[in-house]
Structure formats: C-alpha cells, structure tokens
Design a protein. Sequence first.
Length: 303
Amino acid sequence: MKITIEQLQTFISVCHHNSFSAASKELGKHRTSVAQIIAFLEETLGLLLFERANRQLIQTEQAKQLYFYAKQTVEQAKSFEHVARSLTFNELNRITIAYSGLLPKVVLSKLRVQIESYDPQLLVNFERVDTQQVSKMLEQDIVQFAIVDVDEREAVGRLERVFLTHLNFHIMASRHHTLFKIEPKQRFEALRNMRQFIYKEHLDGVNKSKLLYSSNYEVINDMELMIQLINDGLGWGILPKTVNYLYKDATNIQLVEVSNLKDDFRIPFALWSKFDHRLTYVKELILDSIIETREEIYQLKFE
C-alpha cells in the first residue's frame, strides 16, 4: 500500500470543505483531479471515505477517524522538509520582498499569511520600490524577491523572471465629474484638456505612452492619494478596475466609457528573484499565493 502526501493533503482539504469544488480551489487543482485522487485513495485503502448524495459529500466514520492522522502525517512531512533544508543549506532566517506601488496591499497580506502558515520562523520585510531599482537591489541581495509591474520573462544574469498576471485598468472619474455630462463619442478629445492624475510609476515606466493622455496632468506618487483626489472630483485618472473592491472609501468613482477606447489597459505583473536554492520554497509560496488571489483580486468585474 503506497499513499502519497498529495493524496493526504487532498483528503484533508475535502474533509474540511465537504466539497470537491471548494477543495480544488484551495489546492489549485481541477475539480476532476481532486475527485480522482480521492477515488484512488479509497481504492488503495479499501474504504469508502465519502458518501455522495445529491451532489453533497458526507464523511464516513472511517474518514473522520483517519482525518486526524492525515493532518499529523502532513505536518510531520512539512517539519521533515524544513529540517532537511536547514541541514542542506545555510538557511535564510529573513527575506525582503520588494513590490510595486500598484500591487493591491491585500495581495501582500495574504502572501504573508501563507508564509506564516508554512514557515513561522521566517522573518519577512516588505519594501515598496520603483521598478528601475529592482535589478540592482536583487543583484546586491538587498531584496530577495520583487513583484513588479513589468513583463520581462527572459532570464538575465542571475535573475529569474516569471510572469504572474495582468491587472486591468480603465479610465475613471467621480460620478460628479464633468466627463459624465459629455457624450461618450466626445470624451476622448475632452480627456486631452482635462486634469489627469497619473501615477508616478506609470509616468516613469514603459507604459507612459499608453497611459498619459492629457497635457494638463499632475503626478502622484501615492496610489491611495490619487484615488482620493479622483474620488473627490478633482480630476480623472487610469485606475485598477477593482478599485471599489480594494479601496472601500472610493464610493464616487465610476468607469468612464469612451467610444474610441474599447479595451482595458492591461498592466503585467511578474515575480523577479535570484537563482538560489534556499529561496525555492518561498518562491513557490509566492506563486501559489498570487494564483489563489488572482481570480479574487485581478479579474473582478467593476460594479
């Protein structure tokens, strides 16, 4: 009889949620894969772990008894891996993660929770940086990871760059702004003369040509301040479509429909790091955390 840690992790998640669908989201697997893993585990054990009735899963008594031992085994496996890493490498006890000011802070908070659950002893610093500084800071080991709003996927020197996702931006303004008194067909020309607030990283970065429209613009180096100024009706700007979800005080901000602009502005995000075996497990945690929050944060529809 051969039982894998993956099977036990899947079993624990299904027990926790009593649902293949919910477990698949937690594990980052397809629902069918989760169901197959459970079915194979049941076949291997010769036990029925879940009763299927009206699309609901009900744990059997055998599953309830095995749940505790499964959790204990998985935790022991994690401890084994942690000790093995500390014996194999001169393990880091602190890392610094650099991030773009455009990155929603809830993403960083959820990432920190995930690192805490996996490695409570690891200390994590977060430092907001401009993208232009990142390569040098990584090379000098000032930071170990950087989540940046640029997509350069090729490896350069000792740096590894992995694409994460796109964040969708759109032209937005307060619902009281003059733009909403103008027909959508006429708004494109109006934008060129009305005050635009532009985020400093946009002005300095590769997306400047796409995101700067007005000759009457003001540069803001704080996303929350920029959102507040737009919310107060002092100008328009290009903001994340999820702004109302991410910033609860942005109650006045609305999408501005412009006939000449049908598509969203898509800003790429990538994870940069050095080639270092000690960082592998942290890198996997970061990637897993971003994937988990991507559907929730990045792909939300603006309401």
